[in-house]
Design a protein around this ligand. Structure first.
Ligand SMILES: [Zn+2]
Length: 65
């Protein structure tokens, strides 16, 4: 798995976003995800496409169990 080198800038303070761990909630399940976020503003950046992809991944994972 290769790391995405996409450079994202915080829209609030203009600093480079860092990888932060976040907890996602889907139905009754909690899952941990790594997202880009600004530690300065305490914001997590969740692209809509990524969020949708994560959710369908988690969904199929649960179905296969
Ligand atoms: Zn910021």
């Amino acid at each position: 798995m290769s790391k995405s080198e996409q450079l994202l800038i915080c829209g609030c303070c203009g600093q480079k976003l860092e990888v932060v761990k976040a907890i996602g909630h889907y139905l009754d399940y909690d899952f941990s995800v790594e997202l880009m976020g600004c530690k300065h503003c305490n914001l997590v950046y969740i692209p809509e496409e990524l969020a949708n992809g994560r959710i369908s991944q988690v969904e199929s994972l649960l179905e296969s169990k």
